[in-house]
Ligand binder design. Structure first.
Ligand SMILES: N[C@@H](CCC[C@H](N)C(=O)O)C(=O)O
Length: 271
């Protein structure tokens, strides 16, 4: 499935456990020799009675990520199609509630972000409203944690930035012990941003749900916008982010199935 081109291989491991090792994850996500995708997702039975299912999120390098909101929208859509009214999905980054929205979209309700330096995490105390970091046109990023770590840099023109050239140095900054997703954002109007995200562990994605939320929250924190309902244009399409009074969020956008199939253990993929 994909959310605006942010694409995922999703394995339903609820009746047959699927615990891929890093080599298997890399093989599945390989765009030339495997299925290909920005992440591998495994649906598991919930560990808490408050959740309907649990989702594990594996990055293309085999590491496990805490949060991926486009992935959450895709997996929640699958669960909603099974007849659930609303869905609560457990992730390493927390419990996320989802419902159907207009036009077949999926809306997620998320808790407030964390802004303190230790929660990003950063290796030492710093003002997360503008870190002392720079890489070419990217400077003084806002840092926040939405279950996963994000830095957001504001630029006058998103498309003028050579993201592959400048973002990796920020992501590798030693002040980020767990790395970070690097957002490059441009304010278009008070309720419209343009953004692109260099995701951990070093891929440029078509869209990023947590990156869209991070861009809106960072723009509000910097005083660059005041709107609470903001459209974020990403290369793959638009996401809508609503910031509620208590700083909780609603993220809404489309999902789509690309194809479905079965893994075989006979063709080099270990299940
Ligand atoms: N790879 C990331 C998480 C991916 C974010 C995702 N695309 C989204 O939609 O939120 C990480 O390691 O944190």
């Amino acid at each position: 499935m994909h959310g605006l081109g942010n694409d995922f291989v999703i394995v339903d491991g609820r009746s047959h456990a699927f615990r891929p090792d890093p080599d298997t994850i890399r093989a599945i996500c390989d765009r030339h020799r495997g299925v290909g995708g920005d992440q591998l997702l495994v649906i598991e039975p919930p560990s808490a009675p408050t959740a309907d299912a649990r989702m594990r999120i594996y990055n293309v390098d085999g590491t496990e990520a805490e949060t991926c909101l486009n992935a959450t929208r895709c997996v929640c859509w699958l669960l909603l199609e099974e007849g659930f009214d609303k869905v609560r999905l457990e992730t390493l980054g927390g419990l996320i509630a989802a419902r159907r929205a207009a036009g077949g979209d999926v809306a997620l309700r998320l808790g407030a972000p964390r802004w303190d330096w230790a929660a990003i995490p950063l290796s030492q105390p710093a003002d997360t409203g503008g870190l002392d970091m720079e890489s070419g046109p990217l400077s003084h990023p806002v840092a926040l944690n939405l279950g996963n770590p994000h830095l957001v840099c504001f630029v006058p023109d998103r498309d003028a930035v050579d993201v592959r050239r400048w973002a990796p140095a920020l992501a590798a900054n030693p002040a980020l012990p767990e790395g970070a997703n690097i957002g490059i954002a441009q304010v278009v109007t008070d309720d419209r941003l343009r953004a692109v995200v260099w995701e951990r562990p070093g891929i440029l994605t078509q869209a990023c749900g947590s990156g869209a939320c991070a861009a809106v929250l960072a723009a509000r924190r910097r005083g660059l916008i005041t709107a609470r309902r903001v459209v974020v244009e990403m290369p793959g399409g638009n996401l809508t982010v609503e910031v509620h009074e208590d700083d909780s969020l609603t993220l809404t956008g489309p999902v789509a199935i690309a194809f479905s199939g079965r893994f075989s253990t006979d063709h080099g993929i270990a299940a």
